[in-house]
Design a protein around this ligand. Sequence first.
Ligand SMILES: C[S@@+](CC[C@H](N)C(=O)[O-])C[C@H]1O[C@@H](n2cnc3c(N)ncnc32)[C@H](O)[C@@H]1O
Length: 257
Amino acid sequence: MSAQFQAIAHHFSKASDSYLGAARLQQQVGYAALKLLPESRSGELLDLGCGPAWLHPELITRCHSLLAVDISAGMLTKARQQGLATRYLQADAAALPLSANCVDRVFSNLMLQWCSQPEQVSRELARVSRPGASLVITTLLDGTLCEFKQAFQQLDDQPHINDFLSASLLLEKMRSASPEIDWQLHTQTYPLTYPDVLALARELKSLGANYVVGKPSRGLTGKLYWQRLNAAYPVHTPDEQLVASYEVGFLIGSKRT
Ligand SMILES: C[S@@+](CC[C@H](N)C(=O)[O-])C[C@H]1O[C@@H](n2cnc3c(N)ncnc32)[C@H](O)[C@@H]1O
């Protein structure tokens, strides 16, 4: 496992206890994605980047058997406590320890943005999916946390927010890596509100989503820093809540027969 994957897995494992209490975006997007999954009680469903498996009570009603995969050991421990999947595998989505043509449906909620090579994930999904398989994948896109990024830029030149792919580039990568899958993409903006920037930063930390590629780790900084960041934050509601936008991509695929 590369150092970057280890760091991502470590952040998510550390957050496995606090994750569910903070996962309001993940829940809104997860339920929306679920509606896109064909209803069928047969076949094997792969939940890729399953996290603590809060959606497994729903996913298990849409398959005969459920396979849960995550890179984080801590998340898989939580997922196992649900006890609804037949198998739990600690693995990288870009190198799945699965045989070819073994799954009938793939569900993946807000995992793909953590993969530096989505095209490799696309290739793996094409390999492990049976002809006729359906895939529903959500991910974060360019524009996510743009207000927070703008506020940070007023203070320093460090990277504080990860970069995300644009919808068109992501779709191009997915399509060219797995031409046997017919991929479609639609997007939706989810604006979430927070009392202040510290609450937003704490939510990201509780989710394990505070790992930023290339950022020196130095934890939360002093009171003055947060005051300046609050003052620099560009978008507020009339009642002084700040607004953080999340650009979500819904990738829907079907593998040709
Ligand atoms: C934001 S959480 C989403 C969890 C869950 N799907 C949900 O809806 O709440 C992202 C999950 O993806 C996992 N993850 C990140 N990179 C991964 C990779 N390369 N392969 C597999 N899982 C990965 C993380 O460990 C984490 O559990």
